[in-house]
Write a protein that binds this ligand. Structure first.
Ligand SMILES: C[S@@+](CC[C@H](N)C(=O)[O-])C[C@H]1O[C@@H](n2cnc3c(N)ncnc32)[C@H](O)[C@@H]1O
Length: 335
């Protein structure tokens, strides 16, 4: 696999970038736009919301009063981080999928440093700007931490991890990011994660639980309109990177809980009949008034669904932690 490695100044920091040509061709923004906007109903993939602006907006979402996820998961990590990182004679390599700002992960990093004195942390994120910025901040704040950032998608990064990272691992996946995948894809991702791990390794991940629809819909459509701006960032990217002419004011954002699919579904809805051109993929797209683009799903789980996922992907649950309202759950699995 052809990868670029750099050591930006500090010797404790390494950045690995997997070139776009290494990503699956069918999963580029171009391919997704072509496929998704000619499909009925129209859709796009939420990973493309995350560029430097999308990541910054996500950080703002985490601070919204309606977005209970971040503070609830953070409280669980604060109370149980010691147990979550326990179990090895020497520090395992801590690898994190979709690390973002790594803010909550600091609870785990600090607990691991207390227990093992030093740590190798490997954050993985498709959004390179936030990955490098958070890696630099971590190196500055923890003198016995070594960081290897991998700027790539989950699948490619898991291949890099399997090739390069030897020794016991604690693989971390926070923020209920698994919930962005439909159940079948979630199980396939869990199977790939399982295939990367051995019996000495552990998988620690946070999941949002099914709850009242009003609470869920408010979390994904906050009154300050930050989530709406976040969702519309995918149109901004298409305009900037593919020369599209989406008028963001002509699309309304909506988040609805579907009990049948145990997920919050996020859409951008065309306010009127309109035609959008996207020269970068040689595409003209017509929208009728009220027609939607499905941009994101956030699945919500029950312990029973998670149990089935574990069975289907070859994992066994070792321990789990939740909050007093049972809004969120963090679990540690082994293969
Ligand atoms: C919901 S945010 C969670 C961030 C952080 N883990 C947290 O809990 O606050 C999802 C993160 O995963 C990254 N991401 C989304 N899809 C990805 C993919 N397919 N491969 C790698 N990173 C991805 C995004 O850039 C973003 O930083």
């Amino acid at each position: 696999m052809s990868i670029q490695t750099s050591h930006p100044k500090q010797h404790r920091l390494e950045m690995i970038r997997v070139k776009p040509s290494e990503l699956f061709e069918s999963e580029t923004l171009q391919a997704t736009v072509k496929r998704g906007l000619t499909h009925q109903p129209k859709y796009l993939l939420c990973r493309f919301i995350y560029d430097a602006i999308g990541s910054e907006l996500f950080e703002q979402i985490c601070d919204q009063p309606e977005y209970y996820l971040t503070r609830t998961e953070d409280a669980i990590l604060r109370d149980h981080a010691d147990d979550m990182v326990d179990g090895w004679a020497q520090a395992p390599i801590m690898i994190e999928l979709g690390s973002g700002s790594s803010t909550k992960t600091r609870r785990l990093i600090e607990a691991a440093l207390d227990r093992y004195e030093s740590l190798h942390y490997v954050p993985i994120d498709i959004s390179e700007t936030i990955l490098e910025e958070s890696a630099r901040n971590l190196i500055r704040d923890y003198s016995s931490l070594k960081v290897t950032g991998i700027a790539s998608d989950y699948d490619t990064a898991l291949r890099v991890v399997a090739d390069r990272m030897k020794g016991p691992k604690l693989l971390v996946f926070l923020g209920s990011s698994l919930g962005n995948f439909d159940d079948g894809d979630a199980v396939r991702l869990l199977q790939r994660i399982q295939g990367t791990l051995s019996t000495d390794d552990r998988f620690l991940f946070g999941t949002d639980l099914v709850k009242d629809a009003k609470v869920l819909e408010a979390a994904y459509d906050d009154s300050a309109g930050v989530t709406a701006r976040f969702g519309k960032n995918i149109l901004t990217r298409i305009n900037r990177e593919l020369g599209g002419n989406f008028d963001l004011n002509q699309f309304r954002y909506e988040a609805r809980f579907s009990p049948e699919h145990h997920r919050v579904e996020m859409r951008l809805i065309s306010e009127q009949e309109q035609i959008v051109t996207i020269p970068g993929v040689d595409l003209t797209v017509s929208f009728s008034a009220g027609e939607s683009i499905h941009i994101e799903n956030s699945h919500k789980y029950t312990p029973t669904i998670l149990d089935q996922f574990a069975k289907q992907s070859g994992f066994v649950e070792e321990r789990s932690w939740t909050d007093p309202d049972q809004f969120f759950r963090v679990q540690r699995w082994h293969v």
